[in-house]
Design a binder for this molecule. Structure first.
Ligand SMILES: C[S@@+](CC[C@H](N)C(=O)[O-])C[C@H]1O[C@@H](n2cnc3c(N)ncnc32)[C@H](O)[C@@H]1O
Length: 212
C-alpha cells in the first residue's frame, strides 16, 4: 500500500544491498560515526533502522552501559534485524515514527540514517522525535549519497516515495528549528549529506535558560 511504510518498505528485505555496507558506504559510515561522538553509556534512538546494518555499529559505540532503541515500520526488515543477534542493550521494535511511543528526554542521540526523507510528514515527526532528546542531545541526519542523488533516486523510485525529498539546507534548517532544535550544521556534500542539530532548552517564562 502506497502510504503505508510498513508494507511499502518490506520489499527492501529481499535486497541484500540493504543488509550490508559496500566498502565505499562503510568508509562514509565510519566518518559519520566519528562525527557522532557517541560515548559509552549513552542512549541512542535509531528511527527506520531497516535490517539493522547500522544498529550493530551504534551498539558498539554506546557499549553495554548504554542503550540503542531501533525501530522500523517494516516487520520484515525488523525480523532481519532480530536475526542478527544484536547485543542485549539493543531494543528492536516494529513501529511507525508518526506514532511510536517515546519518553520525553530519554535519548542522548537520534540517528536518522538514510531515512529522514521518508519520515513524512517531516516536521511533525522531527518534532516528536526531538522531544525524546535530552536538552543538548544531538539529532543527526546522514546519507551516504548527495542530497541531489537521494532526491533523484526517490523521484524515479516507486510512486509512494516520489515525494520523499531531502529538503534544501535552508528549508531543513527552518524545519529543524521549528522542531525545537538549534545550533544546526548542515553538510550538503558532493557524495554525502549530514546535518546535526541540538535539542534546545524550552523557553522559560522569565526568558532565563534554566538547565536541569
Ligand atoms: C532507505 S531505508 C534505510 C534503512 C536503514 N536506515 C539503512 O540504511 O539500512 C528506509 C527505512 O525507513 C523505514 N521507514 C520509512 N518510513 C518510516 C516511518 N514512518 N516509520 C518508521 N520507519 C520508516 C523503512 O521501512 C525503511 O526500512
Amino acid at each position: 500500500m502506497a502510504d503505508d511504510p510498513a508494507s511499502a518498505f518490506d520489499m527492501l528485505a529481499a535486497d541484500v544491498r540493504w543488509s550490508t555496507f559496500s566498502g565505499d558506504e562503510r568508509g562514509k559510515v565510519d566518518g559519520f560515526v566519528r562525527r557522532w561522538r557517541i560515548k559509552p553509556g549513552e542512549r541512542v534512538l535509531e528511527p527506520g533502522c531497516g535490517s539493522g546494518r547500522l544498529t550493530d555499529i551504534l551498539a558498539a559505540q554506546c557499549g553495554p552501559a548504554g542503550k540503542v532503541m531501533a525501530f522500523d515500520a517494516s516487520p520484515r526488515l525488523v525480523r532481519l534485524a532480530q536475526a542478527r543477534g544484536l547485543p542485549p542493550h539493543v531494543t528492536l521494535r516494529i513501529a511507525n515514527a508518526e506514532t511510536v511511543q517515546l519518553a520525553p528526554a530519554s535519548f542522548d542521540h537520534i540517528v536518522c540514517f538514510n531515512v529522514f526523507p521518508h519520515l513524512v510528514p517531516q516536521e511533525p515527526i522531527a518534532c516528536r522525535l526531538a522531544a525524546s532528546l535530552r536538552r543538548g542531545g544531538s539529532f543527526w541526519i546522514a546519507h551516504t549519497r548527495s542530497r541531489i542523488d537521494v532526491n533523484a533516486l526517490h523521484r524515479r523510485g516507486p510512486a509512494f516515495m516520489n515525494g520523499h525529498i531531502l529538503p534544501t539546507p535552508r528549508k531543513l534548517e527552518l524545519l529543524l528549528r521549528r522542531a525545537g532544535l538549534e545550533d544546526i550544521e548542515i553538510e550538503d556534500g558532493a557524495d554525502r549529506f549530514m546535518a546535526r542539530a541540538l535539542r534546545s532548552a524550552p523557553a522559560s517564562p522569565s526568558g532565563a535558560n534554566g538547565h536541569a
